[in-house]
Design a protein around this ligand. Structure first.
Ligand code: ADP
Ligand code: MG
Length: 323
């Protein structure tokens, strides 16, 4: 390997400055485990996600992008719960330890960590096919975490940002004939922006929230299943970027928005009485939010066209086009 495990951790992952900035971190990297003094009057949110080369990112992805993305998808899990990110651990499985690769991977990882004030407090390093597991932790004031099961009939369904861009970007990255334009779409796949601080502001405002990782239909399906309700989605309201529509055409852009994953935007449900408050909040964030439908009592997710006709339904056996 040419580099000992001790040196690897010390040089690339032991972020001493960040660890010192947090008084409730009593002991970080270097011992058998980290010691954390939990924050009073808060609930701890804990989640883990694994990324496997060739499955969750292309094998030829740059090490910077892999590091960034590995943490981004995990931060995105804290966002819809309204959590403030605090700690993470990293289990890194590497075929070989190459300095240049490690340097870039840790730069991608720690750049995003610093931007969100989340601190790496421990991990594990092993040899094998490239796999990254990250466990994240965050705090929510006691009892205030947003969940998938809180939607109410009559709620309006909103999403942040634009949907389908990441799928479009991934399809461009995977196309060997592609010669390099639409960088915006590719960046939407490689550098997702987890909506962490917006998610915290949704506490007490939204009834339920989820991050869009599997695709809008699948993820809104999780909300309605867990809430024992159904949803109406108006296709013509879906927020599509001009890049996605001009590059792929409207039909493909709509399909990417409905079924493509990896956008890491938020989908959330709010009572109509809270819309004004929500709009003021979105203006402060300088971020588009779009109402795409509503929650009702009829099970399943139904898709409507501009004429108010049902054009598709998402059932337990999967998404079916009617047209
Ligand atoms: P152990 O023998 O107990 O598994 P290690 O040698 O794996 O200990 O790890 C030594 C220290 O380095 C521990 O504090 C561990 O949390 C930390 N560590 C190991 N790998 C990583 C990593 N990839 N990122 C961050 N910290 C790590
Ligand atoms: Mg170990």
């Amino acid at each position: 390997m040419g580099i000992s495990e001790f040196e690897l951790i010390k040089q690339y992952f032991d972020d001493t400055v960040a660890q010192k900035q947090h008084a409730d971190l009593i002991l970080g990297i270097g011992d058998d485990g980290a010691i954390i003094s939990p924050r009073p009057n808060h609930d701890l949110i804990v989640a883990v996600d694994t990324l496997v080369a060739g499955v969750h990112f292309p094998v030829n992805a740059s090490p910077y992008d892999i590091g960034y993305r590995s943490l981004a998808v995990n931060l995105s899990v804290l966002a819809p719960m309204g959590a403030e990110p605090t700690w993470f651990t990293l289990a890194l499985t590497l075929p070989t330890a190459e300095r240049e690769w490690l340097q870039e991977f840790s730069r991608g990882l720690l750049t995003l960590a610093h931007a969100h004030g989340i601190v790496l407090v421990g991990g594990d390093t092993t040899r094998g096919p490239l796999t990254i597991s990250i466990q994240v932790q965050g705090y929510v004031p006691t009892g205030q975490a947003l969940r998938r099961d809180g939607a109410k009939a009559g709620d309006l369904i909103y999403v942040t940002g634009y949907l389908g861009d990441a799928s479009g970007g991934l399809s461009l990255l995977q196309n060997p004939d592609f010669t390099g334009h639409d960088e915006y779409l590719q960046r939407r796949f490689t550098e997702p922006q987890p909506r962490v601080s917006f998610g915290q502001q949704l506490r007490g405002l939204a009834h339920a929230a989820i991050d869009i990782s599997d695709g809008l239909l699948a993820d809104i399906g999780h909300i309605v299943d867990r809430s024992g309700l159904g949803a109406r989605i108006d296709i013509e309201k879906l927020p599509l970027s001009s890049e996605s529509v001009s590059f792929f055409g409207r039909q493909q852009a709509v399909d990417f928005a409905l079924t493509g994953g990896d956008d890491y935007e938020l989908c959330f449900c709010v009572a109509p009485a809270k819309v004004r408050q929500l709009e003021i909040l979105a203006q402060k964030f300088v971020m588009p939010i779009t109402c795409i439908g509503s929650i009702d009592e009829k099970p399943g997710v139904r898709l409507y066209n501009a004429q108010g006709e049902i054009i598709g339904i998402d059932s337990p056996i999967g998404y079916q086009h009617f047209s």
